[in-house]
Design a protein around this ligand. Structure first.
Ligand code: AHR
Length: 617
């Protein structure tokens, strides 16, 4: 029997409770939410960053009668931020040039849809460029642009696709002579609300009806070569919002924390615009110059720190200032005279180092003095960071931060067991922003555990004001981190089970949570823990948190198998992981080969097992 005390006042649910946390991880931007179809459009890939990169990554030669020598060079570039471009030296009759492979299988086209091409080009003598999009020998679109003699200039063309493909190639050909090309770009005309985001991915996010958009990420915001103002040669700069606004050809490419090039095609202006387009509050997170995510190379130079603080104030002016202000004018020039109405700002992401205690007040005090209405979010790192987490929390209390950003990635059991986590939180101190959380795995069971946990967030939403699952997006071919909320390739996307739980909750937010009680037979999730002998493995049981220890104490395998289902198939010599358990499958194989195929009795195997319906044993 379920009894609900409808007359009770209950807890008022935070109107902003459910939002999204966007990070450029797993190619969430380039090859993801950013609708650009061309990979390495500005020829900035370089083996200095990543051994497999070259200036011609994703590009290859395409010769149609003439021959070509393509070379990436930096001599007299388009501008100092855009260091490299492509030089085509074409000889002979006919044309020759290059072909771009796009992301995943190639460039996706939909029959009847319109596509917009643009390029910056330079030729000593005038001459035409022929641009085609091809799928094998089938041409699905053709365009021509006439390059004038002289310096760099931008050219545009468009076409309607005559067929559908997910494996197209963009081919750009030039006549004989030298042609320089940069910012070779192809966009679908149809993007989300016409603002450059891939429509299906943006729609999946919008369908969550998120109340806030935390951006531009976690570790991607606060880890980089730690001089934000290094003048030259720094290819891994920490995320600086000012580098990401203005004309795209003037935004630098940065090699990001997650190990790939980030074009900044989606920059701060686009984040603000996207937040507005999905009806969410923009919630930017900025580093205070301390690092985190395993790195501690703090910014201690006082002059540079002062500049960093000024840049942070300028960001608020960029979002909220009138068009007569310096940064408000830049926002207006980009197309949004009306202020974006920024209310929250995050200071630091998992910046759990002593310098945080010195740097944070410089930023927070300056913001409080100039913009007293902005709510400041401090950060506590991950709960697994133990004493540091507590220290960071105490610091946030002392500093009277408005909210504290907590992060945790735990097993589903933890989520089931910690429904009451916030019941005892201090109601007088800073409020909580659960800025990153997920149970490890993308199965239905994970989603169920999260749903159970989220009832505790709602019940305590007088303290927990904001919460966002993390990470949001993952391209199936460029995975840095699992689990993720939305998976996609170049032309398809779907929500994980956790996505559907988030959507169910965030599109059905009540006003109050009133007390309720349940009487009757509880049917808890069956949870068997402890040592499990080999004979007990059962295909109908899912094993998580598997740890295999040799007699001498060596841990051969210790991991969570819940990602990608993670079932084990038992049987002599057939140990394997089913259903694509990503990195973990390799680890199982390692453990198996280290252990040898014969006698497992010398090894201790511990696991958490969950019976699925009807399982025996
Ligand atoms: O969400 C993935 C990462 O987890 C974030 O970048 C970071 O903040 C956290 O450690």
């Amino acid at each position: 029997k379920l009894s609900v005390d409808t007359g009770a006042k209950g807890t008022k649910v935070s109107p902003d409770l459910y939002g999204v946390f966007y990070e450029d991880i797993n190619h969430a931007a380039d090859g993801g939410l950013y609708a650009e179809l061309v990979q390495n459009r500005s020829f900035e890939f370089d083996s200095v960053d990543e051994p497999s990169y070259t200036g011609l990554t994703a590009w290859s030669k395409a010769e149609r009668g003439a021959t070509v020598t393509p070379a990436v060079t930096g001599e007299d570039p388009l501008n100092p931020n855009n260091r490299n471009y492509l030089r085509l030296d074409v000889t002979g009759q006919g044309t020759a040039g290059v072909r771009n492979a796009g992301f995943n299988r190639g460039l996706p086209l939909v029959k009847g849809e319109r596509y917009d091409f643009s390029v910056w080009a330079r030729r000593a003598e005038a001459g035409p460029l022929t641009i085609t999009v091809e799928d094998g020998s089938t041409v699905l679109g053709t365009m021509t642009v006439r390059v004038k003699a002289g310096g760099w200039a931008k050219y545009r063309a468009s076409f309607t696709a005559s067929g559908t493909t997910d494996a197209g190639r963009l081919v750009v050909q030039a006549p004989a002579g030298r042609t320089d090309l940069d910012m070779v770009s192809l966009f679908p005309r149809r993007t989300f609300k016409g603002h450059g985001m891939r429509a299906d991915l943006a729609q999946l996010i919008a369908d969550l009806k998120p109340r806030f958009l935390r951006f531009p990420g976690g570790c991607v915001t606060n880890v980089g070569t730690y001089d934000p103002y290094a003048e030259t040669g720094d290819r891994r700069r920490i995320y600086q919002w000012k580098e990401t606004i203005g004309p795209v050809e003037e935004r630098p490419t940065n090699f990001n924390f997650w190990g790939y090039n980030q074009s900044y095609g989606i920059g701060y202006y686009e984040y603000f615009q996207f937040a507005e387009d999905i009806g969410a509050e923009a919630l930017p997170v900025l580093s205070v110059g301390v690092n985190g995510c395993g790195e501690n190379r703090p910014l201690t130079d006082e002059a540079k720190l002062a500049r960093w603080v000024r840049d942070t104030l300028d960001l608020i002016e960029f979002a909220n200032g009138p068009v007569t202000s310096t940064w408000g004018r830049k926002r207006a020039e980009m197309g949004h005279p009306k202020p974006f109405g920024l209310e929250y700002i995050g200071l630091g992401n998992e910046e759990i180092y002593p310098e945080f205690f010195t740097n944070y007040p410089k930023f927070a005090n300056a913001i409080r003095a100039r913009y007293p209405d902005i709510k400041i979010i401090s950060n506590a790192g991950q709960t697994s960071q133990g004493a540091w987490f507590d220290r960071m929390w105490q610091f946030a209390r002392d500093q009277k931060a408005d909210l504290v950003d907590e992060h945790y990635y735990n097993n589903p059991d933890w989520f089931l067991a910690n429904n009451h986590r916030y019941d005892a939180y201090d109601r007088e101190g800073p409020k909580v922003f659960v800025g990153e959380y997920a149970s490890r795995g993308n199965t239905f069971f994970n989603a169920l555990a999260e749903a159970s946990y989220m009832t505790g967030l709602e019940r305590n939403s007088d303290v927990v004001r904001l919460a966002s699952y993390a990470p949001l997006l993952a391209n199936v071919d460029y995975v840095d981190w699992t689990p993720d909320l939305i998976w996609f390739d170049n032309d398809e996307a779907y929500g994980s089970p956790s996505y559907h739980v988030q959507r169910l909750f965030s599109t059905n937010v009540g006003e109050r949570v009133v007390p309720s009680t349940f009487e009757g037979e509880g049917r808890p999730v069956e949870d068997i823990k402890g040592a499990i002998g080999l004979g007990a493995w059962n295909t109908a049981v899912r094993y998580d948190d598997v740890k295999v220890t040799a007699a001498d104490g060596t841990v051969l395998l210790s991991d969570d198998f819940s990602a990608g289902a993670g079932k084990w198939t038992p049987g002599p010599g057939t140990w394997a992981v089913q259903d694509g358990a990503y990195a973990q499958s390799a680890q199982v194989e390692d453990a198996r080969s280290t252990a040898g195929s014969a006698d497992w009795s010398n090894y201790t195997i511990e696991a958490t097992a969950r019976k699925t319906a009807g399982a025996e044993g």
